[in-house]
Design a protein around this ligand. Structure first.
Ligand code: PLP
Length: 479
């Protein structure tokens, strides 16, 4: 094993993929015992996957009605030769135009995007890595407000050698990013001799499901301009919005901000969430900096979107009526999911951070922790996955500084599976709540829960690293 290890590169064998974290352990638990309504009704329900499966029927309908859009149908086969042989890293002009228009539509038509600035990446994963390669050298750092997407370690840093410097945010102001927190993280990094090249934010946020308001975006712009560092906005959830308050893109705010150096501003986008097409691997880097567009385009050779996919999407996204309807339907269905879940858990005294976006909620279980530490959080997480059989993701895997928060994904399952999940939550947490009243018994249920938690900490099972074959479906999975 040792000899075999030495045969591989240090990059290939280092821990930079981040696979040994509870975030991925939960997926392994699901993979070993996946829920199925008839074949395995007691299995683990996957609530750790930020996938949007709620409106796929709309896309399938469109595809059936437009057989010409595919080069693999009798109606579209005449285009096969041209499209299959196309490998220009600029991308099909009609694809760039369609995606630029779609990005404008997602941002409420208040901004337009130049098709000549569209650079392709393999999903937002590839796009985030590509922009890091363009902006930073190994050892340089990007500030990332916490809690943040766990796979950022892999995407931003594994192969590029870029470091993440967390900007700690907490529930005292609903995890909003403040100038003070940014300054503190920046100063500390500088004191530690780290060269900070930029700030990356996800807006709307994964895992919070919240959107940044105009004031905060302005504050971020003023911060990066003062320091003369870059800002990358990962706007992958830009249309995954379900309440009246709009998503505001950084592209809008730079229009209104005097003295903003646009060369420092870059957007990452993808169709994985808003259109529910993670398998298509459509990622976009949109930079306002000409040099970044040029070098990013050359680098995009490593992660082009297949020309077959470009061709199909050029046609689909140019259908304005379809796009309009799809976004409206998707938003309505997401809102319904969100409402069923948040109202359901509220009945048993569980609250979630108020949110208006994303495919998940940020659930507060702090009151159920035996101790307010990461160990306390992991103990509760083990009970949830082993006993309640739900794979939710613990806040610590998002680098949350406050223990007791959990991300729960809601859009990767059908209504019936959600119903089963809600029943399990009610049965387990509702029982705890009942024990909580009358007050004389409060101590009793907490003690019971604590006992059951502590006995499980030592149990074999989830939480102990599970060896994985590179062929396991989990190795392929993301989110
Ligand atoms: C914030 C964020 N960025 C990037 C990604 C990766 O997306 P893609 O599937 O397009 O690579 C995800 C996926 O969950 C995400 O949540």
């Amino acid at each position: 094993m040792e000899r075999q290890h030495q045969l591989l590169s240090q990059i290939a064998t280092n821990d930079g993929h981040g696979e040994n974290s509870p975030y991925f352990d939960g997926w392994k638990a699901y993979d070993k015992n996946p829920f199925h309504p008839t074949n395995n009704p007691d299995g683990v329900i996957q609530m750790g996957l930020a996938e949007n499966q709620l409106s796929v029927d709309e896309i399938i309908d469109w595809i059936k009605k437009h057989p010409k859009a595919s080069i693999c149908t009798p109606e579209g086969a005449h285009m096969f030769k041209d499209i299959a042989s196309f490998q220009d890293y600029h991308g099909l002009p009609e694809f760039r135009q369609a995606i630029a228009k779609f990005m404008g539509r997602v941002r409420g038509g208040r901004v337009t995007f130049d098709p000549d600035r569209i650079v392709m990446g393999g999903g937002a994963t590839g796009a985030n890595e590509l922009i890091m390669f363009c902006l930073a050298d190994p050892g340089d750092a990007f500030l990332v407000p916490s809690p943040y997407y766990p796979a950022f370690y892999r995407d931003l840093g594994w192969r590029t050698g870029v470091q993440i410097v967390p900007v700690d945010c907490d529930s005292s102001n609903d995890f909003q990013i403040t100038k003070g927190a940014l300054e503190a993280a920046y100063d500390k990094a500088r004191q530690d001799g780290i060269n900070v090249k930029g700030l990356i934010v996800t807006n709307p946020s994964n895992p919070l499901g919240t959107t940044l308001d105009r004031e905060t975006l302005k504050c971020l712009l003023s911060f990066i301009n003062e320091k003369n560092i870059h800002i990358v906005c990962d706007e992958i959830y830009g249309a995954t919005i379900f309440s009246s308050s709009n998503f505001i893109s950084i592209s809008e705010v730079i229009e209104e901000t005097m003295d903003c150096n646009r060369d420092l501003v870059h957007i990452v986008y993808s169709l994985s969430k808003d259109m529910g097409l993670p398998g298509f691997r459509v990622g976009i880097v949109y930079s306002f900096n000409d040099a970044v567009v040029n070098c990013g385009r050359k680098m995009s050779s490593f992660g082009l979107v297949s020309s077959q996919t470009q061709h199909l999407l050029a046609s689909m996204l140019s259908d304005e009526e379809f796009v309009e309807n799809f976004l409206a339907v998707s938003s309505k269905r997401l809102e319904k999911r969100h409402s069923i879940f948040t109202k359901g858990v509220k009945q048993i005294g569980i609250s979630c951070l108020e949110s208006n976006a994303g495919l998940f909620v940020w659930m507060n279980l702090r009151h159920l922790l035996k101790e307010q530490t990461n160990d306390g959080e992991m103990a509760l997480w083990r009970v949830i996955i082993n006993d309640v059989k739900l794979n939710v993701s613990p806040g610590s895997s998002f680098h949350c500084v406050e223990p007791g928060w959990f991300r729960v994904c809601l859009a990767n399952m059908d209504d019936e599976t959600l119903e089963v999940a809600m029943k399990r939550i009610h049965a387990f947490f509702g029982e705890q709540k009942e024990r909580e009243t009358p007050p004389t018994k409060t101590k009793c249920w907490k003690k019971n829960l604590r006992l059951s938690l502590s006995s499980r900490i030592f149990e074999e099972g989830i939480g102990s690293p599970i060896a994985m074959s590179p062929h396991s479906p989990l190795v392929r999975a993301r989110n």
